[in-house]
Design a protein around this ligand. Structure first.
Ligand SMILES: *Cc1c(COP(=O)(O)O)cnc(C)c1O
Length: 426
């Protein structure tokens, strides 16, 4: 079991720049600025996954256009200005319509999975303060594979996070979670799916455990939230993970991942207003009166709210279904291609990301070379893996170029002509 306690001495120093930029004396021309920055843009093919997660060009165009129209509006006003609040509420309603949510379910629009998870942890803490007032050192129990934003959030909110070892199949072990529950436990966490391995935790069992023990249960569907409903509709069987399960209290789902909405955009969804009430903080103890915000941010751009609404409307169920079909085809192509490279092995996991390991090769060298060529993949240290943020904007050309680069890299690693190495980390 790992108990998360933040250690100041382990804080890495930020690299110090030698020459510091100063504000130029004279104004500069836009054309000059643009040409200085253009080389930083990603390559259309090898740089595609750098901007993960993206839909095809038409979907991107819709998101970008509507984002641009409302970018200058202040999302701080969403609980005040009804024209904006209506759009934000409808994004939440459309999200809930995918998650077998009860009629009274509700939610909030946030800046990303991390903020959605912070909202869940904060509400969980406030709920426990009300309903379990005898607990003075609240604990949250999560599988080892849960996202690090749970560790950050627990640090911010004064909660102790107990990370529990996984079962053999690298899914959460309900038995191990049960053993980790103590008199101080207020909630459980599970992933749908987890990022490092792309597998679903046995959420039905964990939700039942939470219900029996009277604990809050948060499902982290940041990756799967907007993809799984359509993959399930295509006949792929996934463990139940959403509000179908009576024990599920809250769900995080990222619009800016497989919802293909422009960043930053995510949702935190609550089973009922009686759950959401613990989310709200409405201070008014200053000269300006009531200060009510939907999430953690004050001033924020309204662009992502309107862009998310537009992308959801533009795609509809049919559009998302089509993209799910495409992404499954691209995944199959990647898996077959990776497996055909001697020494590499792709995992047959539940959903995303695409994950592969090496038998007798140094993955840190492979990762360094992929990065050098412009491919944006991430690593996993335990065990050594590379994760590909496959998205629906990924074309056959991108997949085939990747596979041919990868196979050349593997040849070079075997020949010993690759010098660099790169840590297997997110
Ligand atoms: C991406 C991710 C998050 C965090 O989302 P951000 O949008 O990066 O803050 C949380 N959980 C899982 C499983 C994720 O993949």
């Amino acid at each position: 079991m790992i108990e998360y306690v933040y250690d100041l001495s382990s804080r890495e120093k930020c690299p110090v720049e030698n020459s510091k930029k100063v504000l130029p004396r004279a104004r500069r021309r836009l054309a000059e600025i643009e040409s200085e920055l253009r080389p930083l843009l990603p390559d259309e093919v090898r740089g595609h996954w750098r901007r993960a997660f993206r839909g095809p060009p038409d979907v991107r165009a819709v998101g970008d256009r509507i984002y641009g129209m409302f970018q200058g509006d202040n999302g701080l006003l969403s609980l005040r200005a009804s024209w904006m609040g209506r759009i934000e509420t409808e994004v939440i309603e459309m999200a809930l319509s995918l998650l077998h949510a009860p009629e009274e379910a509700t939610g909030n629009f946030t800046s990303g999975g991390s903020e959605s998870i912070y909202c869940a942890l904060h509400a969980m803490r406030e709920w426990a303060r009300q309903t379990m007032p005898h607990i003075s050192e609240p604990e949250v129990v999560a599988p080892y594979s849960a996202h690090p934003s749970f560790s950050k959030g627990c640090h911010y909110f004064g909660l102790k996070l107990r990370r529990v070892p996984l079962a053999e199949d690298r899914r959460a072990s309900p038995d191990a979670l049960t053993q980790a529950i103590s008199a101080n436990t207020i909630g459980l966490v599970a992933s749908a799916p987890c990022w490092p391995y792309g597998c679903y935790d046995p959420i039905p069992e964990i939700a039942e455990l939470a219900r029996e023990r009277g604990l809050w249960m948060h499902v982290d569907a940041c990756v799967g939230g907007y993809l799984a409903p359509f993959v399930e509709e295509l006949g792929v069987t996934l463990p139940a993970w959403d509000f179908r399960l009576a024990g599920v209290t809250s769900i995080s789902a990222d619009l800016h991942k497989y919802g293909y909405c422009p960043k930053p955009a995510s949702t935190i969804l609550w089973r009922s207003p009686s759950v959401q009430q613990y989310h709200w903080v409405h201070p008014s103890d200053w000269p300006g009166g009531s200060y009510s915000m939907t999430g953690f941010a004050g001033t924020r751009t309204a662009g992502p709210i309107f862009a998310a609404w537009a992308v959801l409307q533009y795609l509809g169920r049919d559009g998302y279904l089509e993209l799910a079909r495409h992404i499954l085809a691209m995944k199959a192509r990647l898996l077959a291609g990776i497996d055909s490279i001697q020494g590499l092995h792709a995992w047959k996991n539940d959903l995303m990301p695409v994950v592969f390991e090496a038998n007798d090769l140094d993955l840190t060298k492979i990762k360094a070379e992929l990065t050098r060529l412009g491919w944006a993949v991430v690593g996993c240290a335990d065990p050594p893996l590379i994760n590909i943020p496959l998205d629906a904007g990924t074309t056959e050309k991108i997949v085939d170029t990747f596979l041919s680069d990868l196979s050349q890299i593997v040849r070079d690693v075997r020949l010993g002509t690759i010098g660099g190495s790169e840590a297997l980390q997110y």
